[in-house]
Design a protein around this ligand. Structure first.
Ligand SMILES: Nc1ncnc2c1ncn2[C@@H]1O[C@H](COP(=O)(O)OP(=O)(O)OP(=O)(O)O)[C@@H](O)[C@H]1O
Length: 624
């Protein structure tokens, strides 16, 4: 099976965004704004905020130099021959204090605005993600694990925090302070300024060595080895239950151990190449080295009579700050890289193409379903359905049978529009599903697929998902029909028990709740992928009873794995390798002695051998 995940009608689903070319363009979904394909449009409304953050940081950074310059001026005033100029001293002290105050106010305001922006951007991202997920094709959602999407909406969005709240301010101040300092230092003594820049030049000179081809290759090998460890660990953990049950832990460990040994070798090679360069950079940018260079250069200039001793003071105070940009490039690099990767995952979800929604939905006439020349493939290189023509008349039950992988689940998933066919069309009441509008579709088609996902809500709310105003009596009636009422009464708070919090349910019970949901929705078209994984007798009986009760004028399509369901069907469609190889009533097909007859006989003898008692005596499941 293909792992369909939702069950029951999708309820009042919000339709998707842009309309297909053939149905004129208009944002669907009752005037929802379109989901932006990337994050840039989400940042645009906040540009004035970002500008304020940067401006405040610039002012704060420049003001932050005032105390240092004040110290320099104090030094000049106090070390100058003769009595100190009191006015000059007080002015320098006041300017330094004022600068400090302005810096504090500006950085506090900038940080505050940055964090507010971060909140707004994260909210906008989460809203857009929610919209994108609401409009993503159900087939796309079905292929993803809930945890994966929860991580994108939760953790990945939170990971943009350093990007939005910290990076702009930090980067600006890291570059503005050295720039202003440089201008000032040049005005004092250009020769010592160049000498003070020597450590920065040395560190920058080492950067190309870090990106030499050998280092890049080692970095790639390092990343690959890390990936192999992660993969081996995940595989090991995933298979742990099987390993426990069947032994062979040595073999299971082996892949992990090999990956770790391989990583150790790769890491040593990487570290050997990088450590000398990294250590060289660290030394070049370290405070003692910078001070040593400034002092040596200053001493040399002073001894030669080219500079006043007092002029050494600004270089000692400001020289250390010149290395800040290089340090800033390294600082927080990992955080920013993680934020970039997280943003990439957010962008991937935002870019999921939604199923086109018609600008002017057409109303179906009745609920006859027709598949016309339907072709479909999950990937471009392999077709799963290869030209299916099928008519499902109201009031009939059609059973789809065929070998595993023949495309049964895929075919039935086209009815609730998990995907659109790549060629051909699925019509409901004479209208192409693409022209129908998802509201109408989900009011007409309900479905119960194999991998049921229930909401973390009360049992009653789960059953009444598509009919929120249903009374308790109706919910109970549906639950009884799906044979899950007694089990619900055993739960701690009966119908009010919250699934996933106060109780867990077995696969078969979840199936029956999903069945009750579909029964309550009471739509004219029902699609059911009969569970093989949870084929307990109660669920089988519940499905059979539900199908019999629903019959009436409904159009029903069932992927049938059980002989009883097949025998009850009006029409059997046998699929093989994505094409219909036989169709007709079960009795006709058995009489024909073709593929279906062979399939029937094989399953019948298997059922008789395996579980004769459960399937009753021979003849009980004989086709009508
Ligand atoms: N989500 C998916 N992505 C890619 N390929 C898929 C997906 N779901 C199914 N397939 C592939 O499509 C083919 C048909 O699968 P499908 O589940 O429709 O067959 P099936 O007849 O229902 O099988 P089964 O009886 O085992 O459930 C298989 O080859 C399967 O591997």
């Amino acid at each position: 099976m293909s792992g369909a995940v939702l069950s029951g009608p999708a309820g009042p689903a919000e339709p998707g965004p842009s309309a297909p070319a053939e149905h004129a363009a208009a944002p669907a979904g009752g005037g929802h704004p379109p989901v932006p394909p990337s994050v840039a449009p989400l940042l645009r409304p906040h540009l004035p905020g970002f500008a304020a953050v940067v401006a405040l940081q610039v002012v704060g950074a420049v003001a932050g130099l005032a105390p240092l310059l004040a110290v320099v001026e104090l030094g000049r005033a106090l070390l100058a021959p003769g009595p100190a100029d009191h006015g000059h001293v007080w002015l320098a002290a006041a300017a330094g204090a004022a600068g400090l105050l302005v810096r504090l106010l500006c950085t506090a305001a900038s940080s505050g605005i940055g964090h507010l922006l971060d909140g707004h951007v994260q909210l906008a991202l989460r809203r857009s993600l929610a919209q994108a997920l609401g409009r993503a094709p159900m087939g796309w959602l079905a292929r993803r694990r809930t945890g994966e999407l929860a991580k994108t909406v939760g953790e990945d969005v939170s990971a943009v925090h350093p990007f939005i709240a910290h990076a702009p301010g930090e980067l600006v101040s890291a570059f503005v302070v050295p720039l202003v300092s440089l201008v000032y230092l040049f005005s004092v003594d250009w020769r010592l300024t160049l000498i003070t820049l020597a450590p920065v030049a040395l560190a920058l000179g080492l950067v190309p060595l870090m990106t030499a081809p050998d280092r890049l290759r080692e970095q790639r090998e390092f990343d690959a080895a890390m990936g192999r460890i992660a993969g081996a660990a995940v595989e090991f953990v995933r298979g742990i239950a099987v390993v426990k049950a069947f032994g062979g832990s040595g073999r299971a460990h082996r892949a992990f151990r090999t990956a770790v040994d391989d990583f150790a070798d790769t890491f040593l090679r990487w570290a050997r190449g990088m450590s000398v360069i990294a250590a060289g950079m660290q030394v070049a940018l370290s405070a003692p080295f910078v001070l040593l260079v400034v002092l040596a250069g200053g001493a040399w200039l002073i001894a030669g009579g080219g500079m006043e001793p007092v002029d050494l003071l600004p270089f000692l105070l400001l020289g250390l700050g010149l290395t800040a940009p290089v340090a800033a490039l390294g600082h927080g690099f990992d955080d920013l890289q993680a934020a970039r990767r997280a943003l990439g995952r957010v962008r991937e979800v935002l870019a999921v193409p939604p199923l086109p929604e018609p600008a002017h939905p057409v109303e179906p006439r009745g609920h006859r379903v027709e598949l016309r020349g339907v072709r479909f493939g999950y990937d471009d290189d392999r077709e799963v359905l290869r030209g299916i023509d099928l008519v499902l008349e109201p009031g009939t039950l059609t059973a789809v049978v065929g070998p595993s992988g023949s495309g049964k689940s895929t075919m039935v998933q086209l009815l609730p529009r998990f995907f659109d066919p790549t060629e051909g069309a699925v019509l409901l009441g004479g209208v192409d599903l693409r022209a129908l509008g998802s509201r109408r579709l989900y009011r007409t088609v309900s479905f119960v697929f194999q991998d049921v996902r229930l909401l973390r809500a009360s049992v009653a709310d789960n059953i009444a998902l598509a009919v929120p105003r249903a009374g308790r009596d109706e919910v109970v009636r549906a639950a009884r029909l799906a044979d899950v009422h007694d089990r619900i009464l055993e739960l701690p708070r009966g119908y009010d028990t919250v699934i996933g919090e106060e109780t867990g349910l077995s696969g078969g019970e979840a199936q029956r709740i999903a069945l009750a949901r579909a029964l309550l929705a009471d739509t004219p078209v029902l699609v059911l992928d009969e569970a093989t994984a949870f084929a307990d007798p109660r669920t089988e009986q519940a499905v059979r009873r539900a199908l019999a009760t629903l019959r009436g004028d409904r159009t029903m399509l069932v992927v049938a794995h059980r002989l009883e369901t097949i025998a009850d069907a009006d029409t059997v469609v046998m699929l093989d390798n994505g094409t219909v190889v036989e169709r007709g009533s079960p009795a006709e097909l058995i009489a024909r002695g073709g593929r279906f007859a062979a399939f029937w006989n094989m399953h019948r003898s298997a059922a008789a051998d395996g579980d004769g008692a459960r399937h009753g005596g021979p003849g009980e499941d004989a086709p009508r």
